[in-house]
Design a protein around this ligand. Structure first.
Ligand code: UDP
Ligand code: MG
Length: 353
């Protein structure tokens, strides 16, 4: 090669190298990145035509007041009222608004998952559309996030405008779940929360393909990181009725329990051991009495033998349960561990697995 060609090649490679460095620098500073978004707000929507515009206005006002970049991601969960048209209209007039539409109703937790999968922000906030969670609380969450917390969940200090039934069942359920699981899921919190990008990435890595019946508030607790709550008063719904039918509530409760507890699978084993032991002890006592010449009714013997047999049955069922629990664990394929920081390695970023 001629000298001049060689020097040209050098020049070009140098320029490219410098540019890559500059790109990395600016990308970090958020100058070149076209999708450098600070906050993503995920809003699941199911038949909310009565309030979606007001909801958008309140959210926009709050997010504009931060003076930082943001995206509002509405997830239309198969609404069959005018929600879709209203959202499309909002989207057209506001570049900060994005819309994901489902082909049918997949449910609240799945809508949130889709929003999180598509969110680009450094912090992701999930909030209901019905303004029960006041958007202004997001500012408090952001404050905590800037103090260094990775998860800031909204803790309902008071719930206005809910039926006695809803309040009672929610209270019982959150406490039951807490007692059944060894994950520290805070009581009286819903899905209204802010999560840091790294938490969102971990959640997304447990994609809906692996873990279908997601109980998101539980998963967020499960991933760990630095978590804190901010208390707020939950307002009544702005308009319309709850979209959580009793059936959907029960499904959510079952998802919560089955995602984080083996208690139902272990139930037959414990019951079996109890029956087996009680029946066995009785039979031994009876044998001793008979040897001693005491007249014992044989009716009780039949009951005791039954207890032993049923006990055996339940123990076998419980053993199945143990295996099913382990299969379930493997299929879900949750990460074995989540690292937040490594020291003394080439790559010191937090990484899963
Ligand atoms: N939602 C949804 N899909 C559903 C049910 C509800 O996306 O199948 C949305 C709904 O539009 C609202 C949020 O999830 O934004 C919470 O629902 P809702 O307010 O009805 O529940 P509640 O507050 O009564 O528990
Ligand atoms: Mg609501």
């Amino acid at each position: 090669m001629e000298n001049s060609t060689i020097s040209k090649v050098f020049m070009v490679t140098n320029i490219v190298a410098i540019n890559i460095d500059a790109y990395k620098f600016f990308a970090k500073e958020g100058v070149y990145m076209s999708d450098n978004i600070k906050y993503s707000i995920v809003v699941p929507v199911y038949n909310e035509e009565l309030l979606i515009e007001e909801s958008y206005r309140r959210l926009k006002k709050v997010m504009d007041s931060t003076g930082e970049s943001y995206e509002l991601i509405f997830v239309n969960d198969g609404s069959h009222d005018k929600s879709a048209e209203i959202l499309a209209n909002i989207c057209e007039n506001d570049n900060n608004v994005k819309l994901i539409s489902f082909s049918r109703n997949f449910g609240h937790q799945t809508a949130i998952t889709a929003g999180m999968d598509n969110a680009k922000g450094d912090a992701v906030v999930v909030i209901d559309a019905d303004l029960q969670d006041p958007p202004e609380v997001i500012l408090k969450m952001i404050e905590k996030w800037k103090e260094g917390y990775d998860v800031v969940y909204g803790k309902r200090a008071e719930r206005k405008g809910e039926s006695f039934f809803k309040l009672f069942t929610a209270r019982v359920f959150y406490r039951l779940l807490k007692s059944l699981t060894n994950v520290d899921i805070p009581v009286d919190t819903g899905d209204f929360r802010l999560i840091d990008r790294k938490v969102c990435d971990v959640m997304n890595s447990m994609t809906s393909i692996k873990e279908k019946n997601r109980y998101i508030r539980g998963l967020v607790s499960w991933v760990g990181f630095k978590q804190i709550g901010v208390e707020y008063v939950r307002d009544p719904r702005l308009a319309g009725e709850t979209k959580y039918t009793l059936k959907k509530m029960l499904k959510l409760a079952m998802d919560g329990i089955t995602s984080f507890s083996y208690a139902p699978l272990k139930l037959p084993l414990n019951l079996g051991i109890f029956l087996l032991a009680a029946g066995f002890v009785y039979l031994i006592v009876e044998l001793v009495l008979r040897i001693a010449g005491v007249d014992v009714s044989s009716e009780n013997t039949v009951i005791a033998v039954n207890m032993v047999l049923f006990g055996l049955n339940f123990v076998v069922l419980g053993a199945f349960g143990e295996y099913i629990g382990r299969i379930y664990d493997e299929v879900r394929d949750r990460p074995l561990y989540i690292i937040t920081k490594k020291v003394g390695f080439d790559d010191e970023d937090g990484k899963t697995r």
